[in-house]
Design a protein around this ligand. Structure first.
Ligand code: PGA
Length: 270
């Protein structure tokens, strides 16, 4: 997945079209997760790389299902939804990046719901991202501002800080692989997650331009980094999102639990 040149838009070189299903704490039964994964893995993504991030308890079963010889899973990547920064030890309830490395291709890191529920601050998110990369995992690094921060005009500063504190703390060699980067940034404004309020194309493009600028300040090639949008993406609004300047894909929560809807979102990015 790293850096496969894709798409025809100018400046896309090195970037990946990436649409990821973030199932969050769904579905309740592992058997249902396996069924859903089989259906989503069969979506014809064309030049879009499909990702599925099931709950960690379903990772193993989903991996077996979509990697079975009969499954056409060439473009499907499996992600964990979070990792712990330590390799092993007395960390009750936690799952290390080392454990995930045998099961999945990558992990989401820094999702706002994890930041909220586990008290993750920028420093902890940076450690998680570093650990995942050291284990060879691809990282979907989530950032985004609250509604209050946007109202105060702090969106740009928040994005810059989150990029700097996380990706900026990681050795550049770890972030890169032959032909591209080993991470994607997911811009997910917190006010848009699960609320039905989607960012406008202009808001997403502006924030994503800030991401690329900050990556460049860190000495990375911002225009070669994959940056996706997340927050209330649905089949109805995905065309706006897919055509917004600089948006390489989507991190889809609620709408990714419905196969038909997820397939339409993937199609919008082809
Ligand atoms: P949503 O979630 O699509 O349900 O808003 C997106 C996310 O949290 O990744």
């Amino acid at each position: 997945m790293t850096g496969t040149p894709s798409g025809t838009r100018a400046g896309r070189r090195g970037r990946t079209k990436l649409v990821v299903a973030n199932w969050k704490m769904n579905p309740p039964a592992i058997a249902d997760a396996v069924s859903l994964a089989r259906l989503e893995a069969a979506i014809d993504g064309g030049d879009v790389t499909l990702g599925i991030a099931p709950p960690v308890v379903a990772l193993s079963a989903v991996a077996d299902a979509i990697r079975a010889p009969s499954a056409d899973a060439r473009r499907v990547r499996l992600f964990a939804q979070d990792v712990h920064w330590e390799t092993a030890g007395a960390y009750t309830g936690q799952i290390s990046a080392a454990m995930i490395a045998g099961l999945a291709d990558g992990s989401i890191v820094g999702h706002s719901e994890v930041r909220r529920d586990q008290g993750d601050d920028d420093a902890r998110v940076a450690r998680k991202a570093g650990a995942a990369l050291r284990q060879g995992l691809y990282v979907i690094y989530c950032i985004g501002e609250t509604l209050e921060q946007r109202a105060r005009g702090e969106t740009e500063a928040v994005i810059e800080r989150q990029i700097r504190s996380g990706l900026g703390a990681i050795d550049a060699a770890l972030l890169s692989a032959e032909g591209g980067y080993r991470f994607a940034v997911a811009y997910e404004p917190i006010w848009a997650i699960g609320t039905g309020v989607v960012a406008t194309a202009a808001q997403a493009s502006e924030a994503i331009a800030t991401v690329r600028r900050e990556l460049a300040r860190l000495g990375l090639d911002g225009n070669a980094a994959t940056v996706i949008y997340g927050g209330s993406v649905t089949a109805l609004n995905c065309v706006d999102c897919a055509t917004a300047d600089g948006v390489d894909g989507a991190l889809v929560g609620g709408a990714s639990l419905k196969v038909d809807e997820f397939a339409r979102i993937v199609a919008a990015f082809r």
